[in-house]
Design a protein around this ligand. Structure first.
Ligand SMILES: Nc1ncnc2c1ncn2[C@@H]1O[C@H](COP(=O)(O)OP(=O)(O)OP(=O)(O)O)[C@@H](O)[C@H]1O
Length: 135
């Protein structure tokens, strides 16, 4: 699941969508949980989820998946827990769904600011669909 700044109006696929932290309204997230796995109590840790089974990967695909360590992430990359995203989107309410891509649905949400908890930051949260065509 990933979390992006929520954009008002217009085509969300334009360049504004990729402005990131410099836009002053960003919320980045990297979470691999799904509601399904969380409610089953999936015991995998974040580091487990970052690991890659290379047994059946080609050399080319391995080269393409050389991500930096999750612990080496940029200081301004904010990480959210699944319960936080669930609360922000009112349990992924259909009424807050703003779109759907090949990997899953995108929901509008509101979270507290990282520096000022009274600040309300509008976000877009994509919930990955494991059964989706691309996912
Ligand atoms: N940050 C955002 N703010 C507002 N709406 C968004 C945002 N991100 C996505 N959306 C809405 O959700 C729809 C689907 O977005 P998504 O990123 O899933 O598209 P995609 O790139 O086609 O999907 P995928 O990456 O899963 O193939 C968009 O067309 C848009 O309507």
């Amino acid at each position: 699941m990933r979390c992006l700044p929520f954009l008002h109006g217009g085509d969300a696929k334009d360049d504004d969508r990729r402005t990131g932290p410099s836009a002053g309204m960003s919320a980045s997230v990297r979470s691999f949980s799904t509601e399904e796995s969380t409610e089953r109590g999936d015991p995998r840790s974040g580091s487990d989820l970052n690991s890659i089974n290379v047994s059946d990967m080609s050399a080319e695909s391995i080269r393409r998946t050389q991500y930096p360590s999750f612990t080496d992430r940029p200081a301004n990359l904010r990480v959210f827990t699944f319960p936080e995203l669930k609360a922000a989107t009112r349990n992924f309410s259909r009424s807050l769904m703003v779109g759907e891509g090949g990997f899953g649905c995108v929901y509008r949400g509101v979270i507290k600011g990282s520096d000022d908890p009274t600040e309300r930051v509008e976000i877009a949260v994509k919930q990955l669909n494991r059964k989706g065509v691309q996912a």
